[in-house]
Design a protein around this ligand. Structure first.
Ligand code: SAM
Ligand code: MD0
Ligand code: SF4
Length: 351
């Protein structure tokens, strides 16, 4: 069956096999990418209308005990690092809420200060933010102990994000040096069992095949992730992968569209952390429905894959993003719509 036939079947709402997903991800036929993205965008609009969600990104500590090959913040990279205080994180979250984001994503390296004592400082931070801010709260702390999940949920977290990067174990081993593959899978299972919504994600261009990406898309959905992402690998100075020639965004955009077709109801980020604001439209056109990695200017906050691109000139700010969204004939959905999304899909806590 050719890729155009598979697209026709998607329009009828049929589910996609892993083989079909792979065919869509691989297809280089003339005009196909355009058809793929416009079909995915129509499926997104049928579910979400013209609304998009928007998340603020607070990377509150760039200290990390790990040595991921792809990451600028790996522990062996001798860079300047920062750790924000609890009060600063609360203020930044309040500012982001006031500016109009639907959720704040509290992200950290695996910083020993937040990892110690069952992540008590992390739990306390979430409690502090929840006390003052009534929008969604996502935590992205890397791997934490099982018992921490229920504590995070009780503290008021809504989402737990932890990206497997790849479901190819060999590639995983080369990327996440000395980290346990199953433990990272378990993070999302434990989080879900504690009543947290979960996000998984893939890196594109780290040596994985289209088949690996296809299997990952299917598995992320089967494991109940309500948000899933693809990000093109961006080479980072001072890392073992610094000289890899960066790929264009073709495979990421295809992955966004195919995730949308395979799982019409999941949230899919258009991350400003890959190509900055100039990459926003292509990702929305491909079927994404969330804008992530909005970072307020002049706060000495970093992105992950693009530590400073577009931040201090305000191009990753809420106002700028809102103007871009309006220019696309779309709008940011209300907090009520975001809350309704969460409430109707929140897993039951069994831990
Ligand atoms: N330390 C936590 C962890 O690793 O799970 C939280 C940070 S996590 C949000 C950082 C994510 O950004 C990684 O999982 C990876 O998917 C993405 N990322 C990091 N470095 C990147 C790079 N060089 N290019 C593209 N994406 C990158
Ligand atoms: C982003 N820089 O959304 C953030 C980060 C962590 N949950 C997300 C990778 O692109
Ligand atoms: Fe640390 Fe996360 Fe970077 Fe890995 S990806 S080095 S865990 S901050």
């Amino acid at each position: 069956m050719d890729a155009f036939d598979i697209l026709d079947r998607c329009r009828d709402g049929q589910t996609l096999s892993v083989d079909e997903i792979e065919i869509l991800l691989r297809c280089d036929l003339e005009g196909f990418d355009r058809e793929l993205s416009s079909t995915a965008a129509r499926v997104r609009d049928a579910h979400r209308g013209k609304g998009l969600f928007m998340y603020g990104f607070v990377y509150f500590s760039t200290f990390c005990r790990n040595d991921c090959s792809f990451c600028y913040y790996r522990k062996s990279n001798p860079i300047g690092r920062y750790r924000k205080s609890r009060d600063e994180v609360i203020r930044l979250s309040e500012d982001l809420r006031d500016a109009g984001v639907n959720m704040v994503d509290l992200t950290t390296g695996e910083d020993p200060v937040f990892q110690k004592d069952g992540c008590s400082n992390l739990v306390g931070l979430v409690e502090g933010v929840r006390d003052r801010v009534d929008i969604g709260i996502m935590v992205s702390p890397g791997a934490v102990p099982k018992g921490t999940m229920a504590d995070l949920r009780k503290a008021g977290a809504d989402w737990f994000a932890c990206y497997q990067e790849t479901y190819n174990r060999d590639v995983f081993g080369k990327m996440r040096i000395d980290q346990d593959y199953q433990n990272r899978i378990d993070q999302r299972l434990w989080a879900r069992d504690a009543g947290l919504l979960t996000e998984d994600g893939m890196l594109v261009g780290i040596g994985e095949t289209a088949k690996d990406r296809a299997e990952q898309i299917r598995t992320m959905g089967e494991m109940g992730c309500r948000q899933m992402r693809a990000m093109t690998f961006v080479p980072q100075a001072g890392t073992p992968m610094q000289n890899i020639v960066p790929r264009d965004n073709t495979d990421e955009l295809r992955a966004i569209s195919v995730m949308r077709l395979a799982y019409p109801d999941v949230l899919i980020p258009a991350s400003l952390d890959v190509e900055g604001i100039s990459g926003l439209k292509a990702r929305i056109d491909a079927g994404a429905d969330v804008i992530t990695s909005i970072v307020p200017p002049h706060e000495e906050l970093a992105g992950v894959a693009q530590p400073d691109l577009d931040i201090n000139d305000g191009h990753r700010s809420v106002d700028h993003v809102k103007r871009m969204v309006a220019g696309m004939g779309r709008h940011i959905s209300s907090d009520k719509e975001f809350r309704d999304f969460m409430e109707s899909r929140r897993p039951e806590a069994v831990l």
